[in-house]
Write a protein that binds this ligand. Structure first.
Ligand code: M6R
Length: 365
């Protein structure tokens, strides 16, 4: 049931502090400062041998794969590539020994993801699933994996599955990192940062009213740009997908610095840009990108930390997000973008939970 929420999507957005807690339950091992997984079916020796990781999936699950690329390379220093499952299944790329292939999927029934995993498994690579639905086709086809335990996701637009996938990928980064160069101290610190995450999401949900006002203002846009860098680049893609999917407004996500290579030509006073600009290593760079858009007359909506007068001076509208470590920012910053898509869709009279032309799981090619 929707438990008092107007739509499943909204309920699922609000469940995120809890679904993240469920993804972490029993998996953070304080004593060894690492993460533990019941179903990876890998010995520590086998895990240490992994030299490359391929993350594959579709749609939102592909976006969490992109977050995973930044996460795992940062925490574990293992090279990661991210592949659309629909491309991987026919592309026949050379895959080195000691490559681990993860299929990322909420439903566990996406035809392309299943086919990509089957094909890589057939070639003798170890395949694992990061999956929500227990006992699903992909969970069964894989050699092992990690369940999200996010509970049923009914809204066609994926929300809580995305944040749980990112959280599982962060824990995998910790796990592989601790088998390599990550110190005990750093491991402990990461665990502590992960433990704070549900509270940070809870706090982020407090932006709902702010987001509703922003939605009101921009509901008639015909194109919206989403821009962020590093960890916040996949978040920009995900924000754009949410808006397209449920409000039928054209949206594009880009790494903010790519703007000047073409997309900035789209900017005019009718085309808002959403900048994801919390404090972090690329803050001043994103600031410069934001000023470029502003100088060309484009309305700017910024997702930024509270008490940021610099952002306030440039942006037309600011949505506040709490400050969290950079590797966890996607999990927090996607929340206002989910809400923005939700409110705009609602204002435009769209069927939020069942957008046109889409099905919850895509079981055909
Ligand atoms: O069930 P899966 O995670 O495999 O589904 C993949 C995509 O079909 C899915 O994420 C889709 O893009 C969503 N509707 C996005 O909100």
């Amino acid at each position: 049931t929707r438990e008092g929420f107007e739509h499943y999507m909204l309920k699922e957005i609000y469940e995120q502090p809890e679904s993240i807690r469920n993804a972490m339950r029993g998996r953070l091992d304080e004593e060894n400062a690492t993460a533990v997984f019941g179903g990876l079916n890998l010995t520590p020796q086998q895990s240490r041998m992994v030299e490359r990781i391929i993350l594959t999936g579709c749609g939102t699950s592909w976006h969490s794969g992109l977050v995973g690329e930044y996460l795992i390379e940062d925490l574990a220093r293992i090279p990661v590539s991210v592949e659309y499952a629909s491309e991987l299944r026919y592309r026949n790329p050379p895959i080195e020994n000691n490559t681990l292939v993860f299929g990322i999927t909420q439903s566990g029934e996406t035809a392309d993801t299943l086919a990509a995993l089957r094909e890589t498994k057939r070639k003798g690579h170890r395949t694992l699933a990061i999956c929500n639905v227990v006992g699903s086709s992909i969970a069964q086809a894989a050699d092992g994996g990690v369940y999200l335990y996010a509970g049923p996701e009914i809204g066609v637009a994926s929300t809580k599955a995305f944040t749980s996938q990112c959280c599982v990928l962060a824990m995998l980064g910790l796990y592989f990192g601790r088998l390599r160069h990550l110190s005990f101290e750093r491991g402990k610190q990461i665990i502590e940062e992960l433990r704070q995450l549900p509270n940070a999401i809870q706090q982020t949900l407090g932006c709902n009213e702010q987001v509703r006002d922003v939605a009101q203002k921009y509901q008639n846009a015909s194109t919206v740009l989403y821009l962020g860098r590093q960890f916040n680049f996949p978040t920009a893609l995900e924000g754009a997908l949410k808006l397209k999917e449920i409000s039928y407004i054209h949206a594009e996500g880009y790494p903010a610095a790519e703007m000047k290579h073409g997309p900035i030509a789209l900017v005019d006073k009718e085309t808002p840009s959403v900048f994801i600009i919390p404090r972090g290593t690329t803050y001043t760079k994103v600031m410069a990108n934001m000023e470029e858009v502003k100088a060309r007359g484009g309305p700017v909506i910024a997702l930024a930390n509270e008490d940021d007068p610099q952002v306030q001076a440039v942006a037309d509208d600011v949505i506040h997000v709490p400050q969290v470590p950079e590797f966890l920012q996607p999990i927090v910053n996607v929340v206002p973008l989910q809400l923005l898509a939700y409110h705009i869709a609602l204002l435009r009279g769209c069927d939020v939970d069942k957008p046109r032309n889409l099905a919850k799981s895509v079981t055909v090619e």
